[in-house]
Write a protein that binds this ligand. Structure first.
Ligand SMILES: *[C@@H]1O[C@H](CO)[C@@H](O)[C@H](O)[C@H]1NC(C)=O
Ligand SMILES: *[C@@H]1O[C@H](CO)[C@@H](O)[C@H](O)[C@H]1NC(C)=O
Ligand SMILES: *[C@@H]1O[C@H](CO)[C@@H](O)[C@H](O)[C@H]1NC(C)=O
Ligand SMILES: *[C@@H]1O[C@H](CO)[C@@H](O)[C@H](O)[C@H]1NC(C)=O
Length: 964
């Protein structure tokens, strides 16, 4: 009885309460108070100022805000103080809101707010209103991804109670105030999240004083300078993300077992040094990402103790050679990304076999050997297997067909062999990226094979022993990259190929087959998005086909194309790389080529073009390489070349150019390679008009012309790039005209390796790539006279020197012995006299020497490299004696021993040895393509490298390529 009475009383009380609420905001101390009118009004006004974007599907919390239900404390996204009834928290994140906001917004009347979350909306490029300072009680402010822009106002510093500040993912600038002021004024911060905000400063060390910090997120903020190590050691820090700040340097300090660090992401910043062993102490660490840093030394074996890891990316660092021995106990791993970090050995079961949660296993660009283990099929969660660029051998295990989640299978460039039935692959219904290229595989595709379920985006079947276009391609309407290079496909390209994936195809690579032409004319390339077309090394006949206007890179080098270049090519306004070298094209160059404003590579060598080189080099010329060699171009060099201010390689060798030496090219600040071999260059070279000429020239070949006068010793003094070199980076000269475009799953990045031909060691050599620090002078076959100037000794970086076939007189200067990098020295066919300076024995790298047909006398120096030279190096000097010549020296001419101060260092330490060996002979040019795989990027939101491959080499040989 008593209980039912009290129940009635209670319901009456509730009724009373709701009545009262219509009259005034109650102040009953024992119950939850009602919202204050002014705040309710302010909220409704704020709602009025915005519109709800109906096109997004997200539910808008704000739609529950109604004047009729005036207790705003019950509205969605609002929380009031239990005692005072003031609105203390407003969370309208992800509410499809659109509209501008400024300081007069009623929002800023909610002065009791402690938490404000406006994230994931669109405030239409509003600046953060200075009115925000009125919300002085704010502890949490989240404006992330909400369309704010402009400068972050200093008023934000007045919010001294802030515990959490998140302004990420807006086009905002934090300049004045900067990061330092934030660290000085907002000392209670626990979360500091400014990713994608333009900060462009160093990281102040005072940040390491904010001991409450648990989360720091400064991704892609333009940070630079040294990162204060103290920050790593903040006592409460759980998450530190500073990735994609390429100019941010720093080192990782020691950690002790009390560190609470859970997430550490440094990818794409320039951290260096070793990863300390004590990282094994990070007991809570579950995400570690140091992709594309400069970490060196070994991977600490203590990583075996990081058993909480779910995500590990160590890719793209310069770790020393190591195995996978430290992997195995991290059984929670889902992503294991270890590309390009010098791993060797096989893929042991003990390392990978127990990682049953793995979804991505990326081991590309290492030195791994042995077979692809068949037990991988037991890791059933795998969706990405990336083993490209290793030395894996044997067959592809058939068990792979049971990995039904597999989406990406990349085995590019290994030593895999055997026959693989396409039927196995067909079972992988989710597969959209398959790369089997550059192995010794034979792919068997039965003609009836139908692959209607699989929709490939990337399909690379290079060197798979195919003799036909695979029939199943007919159903592929989503291809973005199709590679069929280095197969035995011959005859015409059938019509249906031209119609496949007509909207999506971006990359088409069919080099190294025996294709003769196109079934579909006159428009063989109807693909609307085609950017990269490579038909190198085929047998294409007829006129040069013109690709669609979307094209960025076009190579049909080494075919049998004839006729002239159609004016239609001038309509390809995106064209950046054009390579039609090694064909039988003829006629005049169209004048409209100058319309191709984006052209950065023009390679026309080895054709039959004639006429004068037209004045196609307009102001704003972006060409980095112009190669016109081995044609019949006539007349003078076009003076308009000076418009190409970023030109690096100019090769006009073997034409009929009649001109004086083009000293005016010396004003091109980037020119590194100048080849004018076998033309009609005449007159004197003379002196440079200023000392800042040819500042970067490192290769010059004006051989076989008609130049007379003295050797250009004044130029030898100013060619600065030949005087020293930095061999720390073994890279190649390449066009920087990069393309970064989204394919549906990632980004593409492309560059073009420069090439040239040069006489090296007496042999005309085609360089598919040019080592960044190759330095060469070839003045042979002219009428240079007088002495070899001693100043030549200044050009210490020289690798090749050829003065042969001139009328040089006098002695060989002993200063040549200073050129310790010299590998090839040719002074033959001159009128040089005197002895061969014995100091030359100190040229440890000299692999080719020719002093024949001069008037040299005395004994040939003995020892070291000189032991390797044959008669032919010295023939035709009647007075020379000693080995290898049969003429013996008389006693008074004992072979001199070299003075010891010219002892060159013996050495494998010398990096050029390596570089030299890499130079390959062959045709054409290398396109280097890096595919940035978004599948991984999307989940990691950093955006770096996973794969790079070269397309276009006749051998299919790949070139190591690094982002830097
Ligand atoms: C892993 O941690 C244990 C306990 O601290 C330690 O004894 C062991 O040496 C560590 N292992 C490695 C490989 O560093
Ligand atoms: C894999 O896990 C099983 C069960 O936990 C364990 O017995 C075995 O030793 C592990 N194998 C390796 C190579 O770590
Ligand atoms: C892989 O799984 C199969 C079936 O579950 C099992 O029989 C086999 O022993 C496993 N292989 C390895 C190497 O663990
Ligand atoms: C392949 O499948 C498609 C669609 O199911 C069908 O139209 C076609 O006839 C099939 N081709 C072969 C060769 O079975």
């Amino acid at each position: 009885m008593g209980s039912s009475l009290s129940f009635v009383m209670f319901t009456q009380f509730l009724f009373l309460l709701s009545l009262l609420s219509l009259v005034s905001a109650g102040s009953f101390s024992s119950v939850e108070p009602l919202c204050h009118d002014d705040e309710s009004f302010a909220l409704l006004q704020f709602k009025e100022s915005l519109i709800i974007n109906q096109s997004t599907s997200a539910y808008s919390k704000i739609s529950s805000w109604m004047a009729q239900s005036s207790d705003c404390c019950t509205w969605d996204g609002i929380q009031c103080d239990e005692n005072t009834g003031h609105v203390i928290s407003l969370d309208i994140s992800n509410s499809s809101l659109y509209g501008s906001i400024n300081s007069s917004s009623s929002l800023f009347q909610l002065v009791h707010l402690q938490k404000l979350n406006l994230s994931i909306n669109n405030f239409n490029h509003s600046e953060i209103p200075v009115g925000v300072r009125r919300l002085s009680k704010l502890t949490h402010l989240d404006l992330s991804y909400s369309g704010f822009s402009g400068k972050i106002p200093s008023e934000i510093l007045q919010l001294s109670k802030l515990v959490s500040l998140n302004l990420a993912l807006n086009p905002l600038k934090l300049h004045k105030p900067g990061l330092r002021s934030i660290a000085e004024k907002l000392t209670n911060l626990e979360e500091l999240i400014l990713s994608e905000v333009d900060i462009s400063s160093t990281v102040p060390s005072i940040l390491a004083n904010l001991s409450s910090l648990t989360t720091i997120s400064l991704i892609n903020c333009g940070l630079h300078g040294e990162f204060p190590t103290g920050i790593f050691q903040l006592p409460n820090l759980k998450s530190l993300c500073v990735h994609i700040n390429p100019k941010l340097t720093g080192r990782v300090p020691e950690f002790n077992r009390s560190s609470p660090l859970e997430v550490l992401r440094l990818a794409g910043a320039s951290f260096s040094g070793k990863l300390p062993d004590s990282m094994g102490n990070l007991q809570s660490l579950y995400e570690l990402d140091v992709n594309s840093c400069n970490f060196a030394g070994p991977i600490p074996s203590s990583f075996a103790n990081l058993t909480k890891l779910t995500y590990l990316d160590l890719s793209e660092n310069i770790f020393s050679l190591g195995t996978l021995s430290w992997v195995g106990k991290q059984t929670k791993l889902t992503m294991l990304l270890l590309a390009n970090i010098s791993l060797y050995g096989d893929i042991p079961f003990s390392s990978i076999g127990n990682l049953t949660k793995l979804t991505s296993l990326v081991l590309g660009q290492n030195e791994l050997t042995g077979p692809i283990p068949s037990w991988l099929a037991n890791l059933t969660q795998l969706n990405t297997l990336w083993f490209s660029d290793n030395k894996l051998c044997g067959p592809i295990p058939t068990s792979i067909s049971s990995l039904l989640s597999l989406q990406v299978l990349d085995l590019f460039s290994n030593n895999l062999s055997g026959t693989i039935e396409f039927d196995l692959i067909r079972k992988l219904n989710n597969l959209f990226h398959l790369d089997l290229s550059n192995n010794n595989l034979s792919l068997v595709i039965h003609p009836s094979t139908n692959s209607t379920f699989q929709k490939f985006k990337v399909l690379a079947l290079g060197s798979c022993n195919l003799s036909d276009f695979p029939e199943f391609l007919r159903n592929q309407d989503q291809l973005e990259i199709l590679v069929l290079s280095q197969n035995n496909i011959h005859g015409q390209i059938p019509k249906w190929i031209s119609n496949l994936s007509i909207d999506t195809l971006m990359f088409l690579i069919m080099s190294g087959n025996s294709l003769t032409g196109f079934d579909q004319t006159p428009n063989p390339f109807p693909w609307r998005s085609l950017q990269f077309l490579n038909l190198l090394n085929n047998k294409l006949q007829g006129a040069l086909p013109i690709p669609p206007p979307s094209i960025f890179s076009y190579s049909v080098s080494n075919n049998m194309l004839t006729g002239d270049i159609s004016q239609m090519i001038c309509e390809l306004s995106s064209l950046s790389y054009l390579d039609v070298s090694y064909n039988n094209l003829s006629g005049f160059l169209p004048h409209c080529l100058g319309d191709l404003k984006n052209l950065s590579v023009l390679n026309l060598q080895y054709n039959n073009f004639h006429g004068s080189i037209p004045q196609i080099f307009m102001e704003g010329c972006k060409l980095g390489m112009i190669t016109l060699s081995q044609n019949h171009f006539e007349g003078p060099l076009p003076r308009s070349l000076v418009n190409c201010t970023i030109l690096e390689v100019l090769d006009i060798g073997n034409n009929h150019i009649i001109d004086i030496f083009p000293s005016w090219l010396g004003i091109l600040p980037e020119l590194r390679v100048l080849i004018l071999r076998s033309n009609g260059i005449h007159g004197f070279i003379g002196k440079p008009d200023r000392i800042q000429r040819f500042p970067k020239l490192q290769i010059i070949d004006v051989s076989n012309n008609n130049i007379s006068g003295k050797l250009p010793s004044e130029y030898f003094q100013i060619w600065k790039a030949m005087q020293s070199f930095d061999a720390s980076h073994l890279t190649y000269m390449q066009a920087n005209g990069q393309m970064k475009k989204h394919v549906s799953y990632g980004w593409l990045l492309m560059s073009y390796a420069y090439s040239m031909t040069l006489t090296n060691k007496g042999i005309m050599t085609k360089y598919l790539q040019i080592q960044d620090f190759l330095v060469a002078i070839d003045l042979s076959g002219n009428k240079f006279e007088g002495e070899i100037p001693k100043i030549l000794g200044n050009l210490k970086a020289l690798h090749m020197l050829n003065f042969s076939n001139n009328i040089l007189t006098g002695f060989i200067p002993s200063s040549l012995a200073i050129l310790t990098n010299l590998e090839s020295l040719d002074l033959s066919q001159n009128m040089l006299v005197g002895e061969i300076p014995p100091q030359l024995v100190g040229l440890t790298f000299l692999a080719f020497l020719n002093m024949s047909h001069n008037n040299l006398t005395g004994p040939i120096p003995q020892g070291k490299q000189f032991l390797t030279f044959q008669n032919s190096s010295f023939n035709g000097n009647v007075e020379l004696c000693g080995s290898p010549l049969s003429k013996r020296c008389s006693n008074s001419e004992d072979p001199p021993t070299p003075p010891s101060n010219f002892e060159a260092k013996q050495g494998s330490e010398f990096p050029f040895e390596f570089g030299w060996k890499v130079v390959a002979m062959g045709y054409g040019c290398g396109f280097i393509v890096g595919v940035f795989v978004g599948q991984i990027i999307i989940t990691r939101k950093s955006g770096w490298f996973i794969k790079s491959f070269v397309i276009g080499h006749p051998t299919g040989r790949r070139v190591k390529w690094r982002r830097r």
